[in-house]
Design a protein around this ligand. Sequence first.
Ligand code: PRF
Ligand code: ZN
Length: 374
Amino acid sequence: MAAITYEHIKTCKQSGARLGRVHTPHGVIETPTFMPVGTQATVKMMSPEELKDMDAQIILSNTYHLFLRPGHDIVREAGGLHKFMNWDRPILTDSGGFQVFSLSEMRKITEEGVHFRSHLNGDKKFLSPEVAMEVQNALGSDIMMAFDECPPYPAEYDYVKKSLERTTRWAERCLKSHARPHDQGLFAIVQGGMFEDLRRQSAAELTSMDFPGYAIGGLSVGESKQLMYEVLDYTVPLLPQNKPRYLMGVGSPDALLEGAIRGVDMFDCVLPTRIARNGTTMTSQGRLVVRNAQYARDFGPLDPECGCYTCRNYSRAYLRHLIKSDETFGLRLTTYHNLYFLLDLMRKVRKAIMEDRLLDFRDEFFAQYGLNDN
Ligand code: PRF
Ligand code: ZN
């Protein structure tokens, strides 16, 4: 039995979105799903109990960060990432291919891999397909990502073509050096920038190899939402029907809806947790900056339509006070709410797919939330 399998439940007759289940060694994920990000082996501000309480089904963590600190040998010695961080549900780990480009300095990319300096202390480091597999095998994540290159945006056609061809060769090396295919599923990452023929080439090369799932990388890198949706329009249909599809680094409510409508099953993004830590919240009426003076005497809940712990127990005025006073409890409460909001949105998406009404649901959602969110 493969480590990761996709069970298709139904396709929304109105939108074409998929309702499914991804089976993993640590349990089942109902899709479409949103994955909270726990870069440093913790979802910032949240305990595993709180994540379970809001019904997070899977979280994401990062090879790049855990490789640099504390080091994958320590996580292996702890008995793997699940035990280390006390999270017994599924974990997906990104490969470091993206983070090394966004975080490290003086990186040098060669066919062999990427030489870079740690953003923590300047130490010389090296990541390659083989190292990314060794680290993720040590972490023991349920879903591992292939080591890829995410080209910047905009980028020249010739650069993007050479880059995706290297990403294909790296994916082959990942498959070869993956030591635990029986209990860890390795997903490939389709690149190709904003060029249709290059997305086609990348998808063809990667789907000719047998990965248990496929991700779409290289999006949400500065292009417009409209362009991202166009790329999804032609890229998602290139992916196998019988395997999970994951859109990397995308998590605004509008993109979750538009992605699901186009047949994406999994999403992750730091957006809800990051904005929560500066006092910005997502509500059924759109974004709300609870720090703002206008909420000083607002004793109602953050979002009257939300059933989360924060909204059931605390007022906007109290949240504003905590955040203005630099009390971390305030950031825990806004983080809890934002994650709950997106997980709840995905529950509603799954229900709408079940009822063949996801396009109607999208229109109803936007009528309240407003367009042009980022
Ligand atoms: N590749 C990897 N991780 C990623 C991306 C990618 O292209 C993105 C793009 N938005 C986010 N995270 N490995
Ligand atoms: Zn809430």
